[in-house]
Design a protein around this ligand. Structure first.
Ligand code: NAD
Ligand code: G3P
Length: 317
């Protein structure tokens, strides 16, 4: 049985696809009334029009997660430590993070946070280009599964792949985590460029230089280059920087149009500052990330940010 913690858009979409593929799934959300309604109406408002298969048990009672050998945590990264301390201890042997961010307080990726709470469990990270709505609609998706323990990684890869979700496996957990987290920051930059009318060429430049920043920081933290050139990295960057369906890209577009910050809990907002701190500790320069940090905090306008980026010293590629 698979336990999914977090009945938001992504957790629900994953639960739906695994249930459709034949797994029994416990879908846990913190709101008792909302989860009782989900269990009886077989739907959740975060995924309109999607019917919860019978194999999903929607609940707000964490006791129902006790029998799950595998737990998948699909909550926003900045809330993960709270979720882990609020919930009772579980006996799950495998815990998979499905979050895309770096915790701003600890500067840790989700698997490290989980491993501290559950030292007995093997942790893994599931990330890659995927909109919850696409997964729930049964559209084809390919994701990266990062797990240091390759035997457990292989069993999770088999258990969590479905006819519509294909998982690729790697032991490079850091690379998968950082690829998914840092692409959100670059998506905000690209959205801002498009929202401000700076054009597709500017977006391509930001994607490319943003990818260089992702590689620079990730390599300094021990990630492998080929991981970042894979699904969680280049793949997710391509999706998120090109689609207004991305909350990070849409947030950037709003800022680019001169509107106030729409939602400070969007993953890329906190992760921009976390990435900058990680870079400062390593004496690395991340100019696009720095621009995003200034933009979301209201310290910079898009015009100022572009001027800063364009007037930097000229360099080799
Ligand atoms: N939505 C997508 O298309 C998508 C795709 C891939 C990955 N992700 C990632 O999945 C993660 C979750 O995103 P989502 O889209 O499901 O978000 P969401 O906003 O739809 O849902 C978040 C869930 O977390 C819960 N939550 C929020 N704050 C909480 C708290 N303090 N304590 C306990 N629970 C809390 C909410 O109630 C909700 O159930 C993020 O890291 C996101 O980047 C999302
Ligand atoms: O809506 P976003 O910006 O959180 O993006 C969703 C997924 O991460 C895309 O892979």
């Amino acid at each position: 049985m698979i336990g999914v913690v977090g009945a938001g858009a992504f957790g629900t979409a994953l639960a739906v696809t695994w249930a459709r593929a034949g797994s029994d799934v416990v879908l846990w959300g913190r709101n008792t009334e909302a989860m009782a309604a989900a269990q009886s109406l077989r739907a959740l408002p975060c995924l309109p029009g999607v019917t919860l298969p019978d194999k999903i048990h929607a609940t707000a009672d964490p006791g129902h997660l006790d029998d799950c050998a595998t737990l998948v945590l699909a909550v926003p990264t900045q809330f993960l430590p709270d979720v882990l301390t609020t919930l009772p201890a579980f006996s799950a042997s495998h815990i998979v993070a499905a979050c895309k961010g770096v915790d701003l307080r600890s500067l840790q990726g989700p698997t490290t946070t989980i491993a501290q709470a559950y030292p007995q469990a093997v942790t893994a990270i599931l990330s890659g280009p995927s909109f919850a709505t696409d997964i729930a609609a049964g559209l084809p998706t390919a994701l990266s599964l990062g797990c240091e323990n390759d035997a457990v990684g292989a069993s999770l890869q088999a258990a969590l792949s479905t006819p519509t979700i294909r998982l690729y496996r790697t032991q490079d957990v850091t690379g998968v985590e950082l690829g998914g987290a840092l692409k959100n920051v670059i998506a905000i930059a690209c959205g801002a460029a498009i929202g401000a009318g700076l054009g597709d060429s500017a977006r391509a430049a930001l994607m490319t230089r943003g990818m260089a920043e992702i590689m620079r920081l990730a390599a300094a933290m021990g990630a492998r280059r080929d991981t970042l050139m894979g699904l969680s990295g280049l793949g997710d960057l391509a999706l998120t920087c090109a689609s207004p369906a991305s909350r990070n890209f849409a947030l950037g577009m709003a800022l680019g149009r001169g509107e106030p910050l729409p939602d400070a809990t969007t993953e890329g907002v906190a992760t921009a500052d976390a990435a900058l701190r990680l870079a400062t500790e390593r004496d690395l320069d991340l100019p696009v990330t720095q621009a995003v940090s200034g933009l979301v905090a209201g310290r910079l306008t898009v015009k100022d940010a572009m001027t800063d980026l364009l007037t930097r010293d000229l360099k080799t590629e």
